[in-house]
Design a protein around this ligand. Structure first.
Ligand code: 5GP
Ligand code: ZN
Length: 135
């Protein structure tokens, strides 16, 4: 097992406020929540990021994330929720054990989403073509 805090949570070597467990996946509260109820959904086996995850586990993480989101609405009266995943350091990933963030949202929370910009002329189609070439 790699030296990883989320692996240690899976194996109960570190405490966590667990909310749901399925055969391959564990969901527990983020220790530093964006809002109360902010939950992390992780595979029980260590994979560093989305690109390494087997499809079946990614599917199971999606199913668990949706159940958690429903619970946030039912139990904490979330008015909405964000699902997010940071992959690689440049995207803000700090714990290199793949995890989905499920974040309850409220009109009153004052949070803003990512700032957005505009494409320069021609760049929209050029960018799509770059992606199509490798897809
Ligand atoms: P990342 O930036 O890698 O997507 O997010 C890692 C998340 O893990 C952060 O939101 C952070 O608050 C949370 N976190 C880090 N260490 C612990 C821990 O020991 N326990 C729990 N429950 N959450 C943690
Ligand atoms: Zn791990």
């Amino acid at each position: 097992m790699p030296d990883c805090i989320f692996c240690r949570i899976v194996h109960a070597q570190l405490p966590a406020a667990r909310v749901l467990e399925t055969p391959g996946v564990l969901a527990f509260l983020d220790i530093a929540p964006v809002n109360y109820g902010h939950t992390l959904v992780i595979p029980k086996v260590h994979y560093p990021n989305l690109l390494e995850l087997p499809d079946e586990l990614w599917t199971e993480m999606g199913q668990v994330s949706r159940r958690v989101a429903q619970a946030l609405r039912a139990a904490l009266y979330a008015q909405g929720f964000n699902i997010g995943m940071n992959n690689f350091e440049a995207a803000g990933q700090v714990v290199f054990h793949a995890h989905i963030h499920v974040i309850p949202r409220y009109f009153s929370d004052g949070l803003k989403l990512f700032p957005q910009e505009s494409y320069k002329p021609g760049d929209l189609e050029k960018t799509a073509a770059q992606l199509r070439q490798v897809l």
